[in-house]
Design a protein around this ligand. Structure first.
Ligand SMILES: O=C(NCCCCCn1ccc2cnccc21)c1cc(-c2ccc(F)cc2)cc(O)c1O
Ligand SMILES: [Mg+2]
Length: 214
């Protein structure tokens, strides 16, 4: 039977990366997706911007919306301090199966908690079910039309504190126009655009970093 793209990405990791070496896992996925077949990982160019924001925030609690194969999850988790907590939400169970194996190959399964389901259902349960107070960093990389409603939902659920950082992928391509308009015009957010390119292409894309001012 035909393999899926996530299965082929996992195969590339298992063939080319070293167990327990997160950077080699990231490199193996980037080489496969650049040379063999495109996939919607944040990629190496935007990934460096992600790395710099994670290092600057040095978060104790991280929420990632949109796991896919776990590429950005591995990038983030490999930069976290020892007792930090990374929760990543994935809607597609097939993606979740692959991502868990990628985390294991990277040796990061103890730092990452993958939860399956829809953000709109899971965000209101974060405090009671996952013992989270607030998130220091949120990486938005799921359905682009959910960026804005989920940001408002996180505010309503008290999951953001003064200084919480939202980092959103794909604000140009595929685009999240309502989200961009909101964070750039709201007095409760300080936003900054990091111009880059759509993963593995020359098409413009970028990350929007927005600090919640409380
Ligand atoms: O669609 C994208 N990502 C979202 C995938 C689905 C997420 C589903 N999901 C996960 C957790 C979760 C929780 N709640 C609800 C839903 C949830 C995406 C697309 C492109 C892209 C594609 C084609 C093209 F021509 C150009 C660009 C590039 C990217 O970097 C992307 O990220
Ligand atoms: Mg993306």
């Amino acid at each position: 039977t035909q393999s899926t793209r996530p299965q082929r990405i996992l195969g590339a990791v298992q063939r080319n990366a070293t167990r327990g070496d997160p950077r080699s896992v990231v490199r193996a996925i980037d080489q496969y997706c650049r040379n063999q077949e495109w996939a919607m990982n944040v990629g190496d160019e935007k990934g460096c911007i992600l790395d710099s924001v994670v290092s600057e925030v040095n978060p104790a609690t991280v929420l990632e919306l949109g796991t896919y194969c776990g590429y950005s999850t591995v990038r983030i988790a490999s930069l976290l301090p020892p007792h930090a907590k990374l929760i990543t939400l994935e809607f597609n169970p097939e993606f979740a199966v692959i991502a868990r194996q990628v985390f294991a190959w990277a040796g990061l399964e103890d730092k990452i908690q993958l939860v399956e389901g829809a953000s709109g259902d899971l965000i209101p349960k974060m405090k009671e079910q996952f013992g989270v107070e607030t998130f220091d960093l949120v990486f938005l990389d799921h359905w682009k039309d959910r960026y804005l409603p989920d940001t408002k939902l996180m505010e309503e659920c008290g999951l953001l504190r003064k200084g919480s950082v939202l980092l959103a992928d794909n604000v140009i391509c595929p685009g999240a126009p309502e989200y961009l308009e909101f964070v750039r015009s709201s007095p409760r957010y300080e936003s900054q655009y990091f111009k880059s390119h759509l993963e593995y292409t020359k098409v413009e894309d970028g990350l929007e970093k927005s600090v919640f001012l409380g």
